[in-house]
Design a protein around this ligand. Structure first.
Ligand code: GLN
Length: 536
């Protein structure tokens, strides 16, 4: 078999949340800078089929791909770092693997054999990994195995990638193990024992890492690297240190300076097609360091205790800040308990993110009214657009206006469920999901931002602006600045006589990249900057 793709498998040890996703994405970014065609896969060993039904408090944001898969947030890091569009197939879960195996078993595809974890589940995992490689024709596929080595759930995946290496050949598959090296302040010492133990655990599962990436608070010195190399049986130059960074976008630069590009390309027997070009990336990192002027953005949301719940919004705001040469300071404001409308006066711009359920909705609607009355730039995304539409209808003489998401029997349902959605009553995957085209009306903020009359944006919702109530909105001065190409669905609304008011039914944050900030976010931050400078 001709090998088209090479694989870099990334595992994690010691503790979770040490940034395996960022590490894999950074290796991918470095390879991209050499001109290598890279894609990425995230393996999530949980039993859920996809991330759609996961509570954002537990798992952070649900990321949506163009093809409409509800995925782990790491896919967002991959898309942002690799500047590419991934398919939902890039997120492999235990749920998907087992569903597929059971479906095959029901069809009799295993010809009477007893279906087992080895070989059937591991075989299915390899099929899914190779399928991504084949479809993307990537030269290198980053495969991040979620969880921590030793977890029961991840064992079939670890076994599958072990087999993958044997089948693909040593030169076509390498293993990177990401660990945490704690610093004990009292002893003034780094401790390498957890790294030694987790590497031992990995080796016990038949995988010898080729590279150890050590996450730490501070820089590790040469002696420590030597010690880790010695105990973990990797060359000393393959012990890579990634101390805490000012921003996640610095990690590719740190890893590049640790010679990761050369080590990986050598290990995989790949020629260096070009010199690495990280110039644009380092410029972005510089722009992200800007400390002044500052603009203050209040995000009036619900899942504010866990910042990861709005990670793409945070990143998109940062990208837009760098593009406008300002530092964006974000305050996460809880729209329900203790919500104080007067606290909004200190913000240069407000953003109402997407969300589900009634909690906090009245705080969001009040925030929209406040922004209208005080002429503060305001940006509503999905549920944010719903809150804007309800607020406008209420201000236009219909205090009873609401969404049927919150009051099924509402007598003025400005937001309602689409007929097709009503027929679906399962929870998982029943929304309008993924990329849909949007027609942009000339002479609007949206058109000025996109400079295009047709765009494509990602969706994740069940409810829509109710067409029967369009006039109630436009009578108040609302402008429908984006619709589906057949004009049937409202995609964006704006408000005349307001410096910057835009709500969109889609989630533009998923398409913002550090090197290509999303046009609407960029326009919003420019408006917030103008507001701060008293231009309105
Ligand atoms: N809950 C709303 C709906 O389902 C909005 C969803 C969202 O903000 N992503 O339509």
């Amino acid at each position: 078999m001709v090998n088209l793709s090479k694989y870099i498998v990334v595992t994690g040890g010691v503790v979770s949340s040490i940034g395996k996703g960022i590490t894999s994405a950074s290796i991918g970014r470095i390879l991209r800078s050499y001109g290598v065609n890279v894609t990425a896969i995230k393996i999530d060993p949980y039993l859920n089929w996809d991330s759609g039904t996961l509570n954002p408090y537990q798992h952070g944001e649900v990321y949506v791909t163009d093809d409409g898969m509800e995925c782990d947030l790491d896919l967002g890091h991959y898309e942002r770092f690799l500047d590419t569009e991934l398919s939902g197939k890039a997120n492999i879960t235990t749920g998907k693997v087992y569903s597929s195996v059971i479906e095959k078993e029901r069809k009799g595809e295993y010809l009477g054999s007893c279906v087992q974890i080895i070989p059937h589940i591991t075989e299915e995992i390899k099929i899914m990994i190779r399928d991504v490689a084949k479809k993307t024709k990537a030269e290198v596929v980053m495969v991040e195995v979620g969880g921590t080595v030793g977890d029961i759930e991840s064992q079939p995946f670890i076994e599958a990638v072990r087999q993958l290496k044997n089948e693909e050949g040593h030169e076509n598959c390498m293993f990177v193990h990401v660990t945490y090296v704690p610093y004990l302040k009292a002893a003034k010492e780094f401790k390498t024992k957890p790294t030694q133990h987790s590497t031992k655990e990995l080796r016990g599962l038949g995988i010898n890492p080729d590279m150890i990436v050590c996450r730490s608070e501070l820089l590790l010195d040469d002696n420590l690297k030597e010690k880790i190399a010695h105990f973990c049986d990797v060359p000393k130059n393959a012990v890579i240190n990634t101390p805490d960074a000012h921003s996640i976008y610095e990690v590719p630069l740190t890893m590049y300076s640790e010679n990761v590009g050369n080590i990986v390309l050598d290990r995989l027997g790949m020629e260096k097609p070009n010199k690495a070009d990280l110039y644009e990336w380092s410029q972005i990192v510089e722009d992200l360091k800007i400390e002044s002027p500052k603009v203050k953005i209040g995000v009036v949301g619900k899942y504010i205790e866990l910042e990861d719940a709005y990670i793409s919004i945070r990143e998109a705001l940062k990208h837009a800040g760098a593009a406008n040469k300002v530092k964006v300071e974000i305050d996460w404001i809880k729209a329900d308990n203790d919500f104080n409308i007067d606290s909004l006066s200190k913000y240069d711009g407000l953003l109402i993110p997407g969300g589900f359920g009634e909690r906090g909705i009245s705080g969001k609607i009040e925030s929209v009214k406040y922004a209208i009355n005080n002429k503060i730039p305001i940006f509503g995304i999905c549920l944010g657009l719903h809150a804007m539409s309800i607020a406008i209808a209420q201000l236009n003489g219909h205090p009873e206006a609401n969404s049927t998401e919150f009051d099924e029997d509402c007598s003025c349902p400005v937001i309602d469920m689409m007929e097709e959605q009503k027929k679906i009553n399962n929870m998982g995957g029943t929304m309008r999901l993924g990329a849909y085209p949007c027609k942009v009306k000339e002479g609007t903020i949206a058109y000025e931002a996109y400079k295009d009359s047709q765009v494509s944006e990602r969706h994740r919702h069940r409810y829509e602006v109710n067409n029967e109530y369009r006039d109630l909105l436009t009578d108040f001065g609302a402008v429908i600045s984006g619709t589906s190409p057949d004009d049937f669905l409202v995609e964006m609304i704006e408000l005349k006589d307001h410096p910057w008011f835009l709500g969109c039914q889609f989630h533009p944050e998923f398409k913002s990249r550090p090197n290509a900030p999303h046009p609407i976010f960029k326009s919003f931050i420019k408006a917030a900057k103008d507001n701060k400078q008293g231009k309105f």
